[in-house]
Design a protein around this ligand. Structure first.
Ligand SMILES: Nc1ncnc2c1ncn2[C@@H]1O[C@H](COP(=O)(O)OP(=O)(O)O)[C@@H](O)[C@H]1O
Ligand SMILES: [Mg+2]
Length: 285
């Protein structure tokens, strides 16, 4: 089915590791795909946790992010179909130090990822409603490239320990990028993860997050839920493992919230104004 709706590019980012970026990328993408929106996941973290988490073994991954950066790709060859209908993946195909160094070197050109994603959107016969990029736990060039390319950033926040300084660095970076390279960049939402309703720490974290991020907070919170880590162990999105678990229900709810928030936005098309702003900014800096 060919849809004329514009593609929305969303980066999942927080410079702190272990807060649920990869988990959110996988489970949000799968939940949006269940709503029959075509989703492309991009695993931009050289550790490849998302690729592994989607059940892809190293020997199955012949092309991926490395080829996306090199630009020597055929759209069909670098995207892999996942075990959820409507969900495709560009896996991480970084398997040694040498490749990681080369990828990080290519990523120094921060406009490159945006160029390649736009190229992919234009050349691919498949129309994607959402492109979701999982980023490394660092504000490095790869993450910067994702923020240059994205229309919005979703920030997962670990309940109980916000690591405020790093989140603050991310917020300031987003502001800086918005003023220069990517004026269209917005914060999709801040999502509280590992939420425990019944604990004092959980309640305090939620109140604190609400106070700090106000309207940026997603209405949906993701509970700390054993089914989420079990699904990761099974290398499947939680909706395929236990659709009635609190984890699955909240990711489906988060997907609904995001789809609803985006249904009337029409400025997410290949925005050439934004693209030229990025190019101009990049050559100035
Ligand atoms: N809500 C949750 N409940 C239980 N386990 C979770 C939850 N969110 C994430 N995890 C687990 O926490 C670990 C870190 O999550 P991950 O998504 O890899 O973080 P990041 O990508 O930010 O480093 C993983 O083992 C994941 O399965
Ligand atoms: Mg990760």
């Amino acid at each position: 089915m060919i849809s004329s709706s514009p593609t929305k590019i969303m980066a999942i980012s927080n410079p702190k590791g272990g807060v649920g970026k990869t988990t959110t990328a996988i489970n949000l993408a799968a939940s949006i795909a269940l709503a029959e929106k075509k989703v492309l996941l991009i695993d931009l973290d050289p550790n490849g946790a998302l690729t592994e988490g989607m059940g892809f073994r190293r020997e199955e991954v012949h092309t991926g992010v490395f080829d996306l950066f090199l630009g020597t790709f055929d759209c069909v060859a670098i995207t892999y179909k996942c075990n959820v209908p409507f969900l495709d993946l560009i896996p991480c195909n970084i398997f040694n130090n040498e490749q990681e160094i080369r990828l990080n070197f290519m990523a120094k050109n921060r406009i490159l990822l945006k160029t390649k994603i736009y190229d992919l959107i234009l050349r691919s016969s498949v129309h994607y409603d959402y492109i979701i990029i999982d980023t490394p736990p660092s504000l490095n060039d790869l993450t910067m490239g994702a923020l240059y390319a994205a229309n919005s950033v979703l920030i997962p926040l670990q309940c109980g320990y916000f690591a405020l300084q790093v989140v603050d660095r991310l917020l300031r970076l987003i502001e800086r990028i918005r003023k220069g390279a990517n004026p269209d960049l917005t914060i999709e939402c801040v999502v509280l993860n590992f939420y425990e309703k019944s604990t004092r720490a959980g309640q305090l974290s939620a109140a604190e997050a609400e106070k700090m991020f106000k309207h940026l907070m997603a209405k949906t919170v993701i509970p700390k839920n054993a089914a989420i880590s079990y699904a990761a162990f099974e290398k499947l999105p939680i909706v395929l493992v236990d659709v009635c678990s609190p984890g699955a229900v909240s990711y489906l709810e988060l997907a609904r919230e995001i789809l609803e928030n985006n249904q009337n936005l029409s400025s997410r098309v290949l925005n050439t104004k934004s693209y030229h702003a990025s190019v101009a900014f990049d050559s100035d800096s």
